[in-house]
Design a protein around this ligand. Sequence first.
Ligand code: ADP
Ligand code: MG
Length: 267
Amino acid sequence: MNTTPPQMLLQHHLKALRLPVFLAEYGKTATQCAQDKADYATFLLRLAELELLERERKGTERRIRAARFPASKGLEDFDFGAVPSLNKKQILELARCEWIDRRDAIVLLGNPGTGKTHLATALGLAACQRGYAVRFFTAAGLVNVLVEARNEKALLRLQGQLAKVALLIIDELGYVPFSKTGAELLFEIFSQRYEQGSVLVTSNLPFGEWTTVLGSERLTAALLDRLTHHVHILPIAGESYRLAQSRGRKKRSDTSPSQQENPETQT
Ligand code: ADP
Ligand code: MG
């Protein structure tokens, strides 16, 4: 039956129209609709909904791949109980991405291991799920590609590509000091994004110490002026999550030697 002309034509047309879910599901949906005594409009609606859902899922997948997150860590994996200084409600609100529509910035500040990269990734994933284009870099990685692009006379093209993403994540500003050129190129990115697109920056350094990586005091002041105009600053107080976890494990095994280590706390 499958090879009768109308079905072959339908197969061809649905492929040409790029409606793979219609093609895969119309038989099953027709049977279901016949059972439910649903009308033709309902049959079409059910197929259209399935196609749309699949398209959204694929779009999200594509955006997540393009973002190049270092790991797939969502808010559902984040233990807010371990960081009482963070306002969970505020983070969940930020995950709704209205700050990206406003082209605001987020700065996450805290010691190493306090969950900054995890949170930055989680907010980036949320943005991908809501349809925003995202790109994740470490600060050093971004400066490297900028310097490289400049040397290869491809800087304008790279800047154009970066301008197209709705959210640029710059992780780990503070560990590696930049060359003068590197700092200037990074400044240019902040300048270009100001009120044009969102940035999320994480740093182990308080603003007052950013000169140590950016070199010039004037450039740091100008960069902070732009970055902090419309900004949500999220300080994460406390010590490393990993350290706290391994200490917790140690304490538990000290007090009850027979107790097994909790596999959930392993990273
Ligand atoms: P940072 O970027 O601040 O140095 P990370 O985000 O890399 O810290 O966190 C270090 C490790 O601890 C990661 O594996 C991260 O998933 C985990 N982690 C940190 N904070 C939390 C938390 N509150 N809940 C769950 N996992 C956390
Ligand atoms: Mg980090």
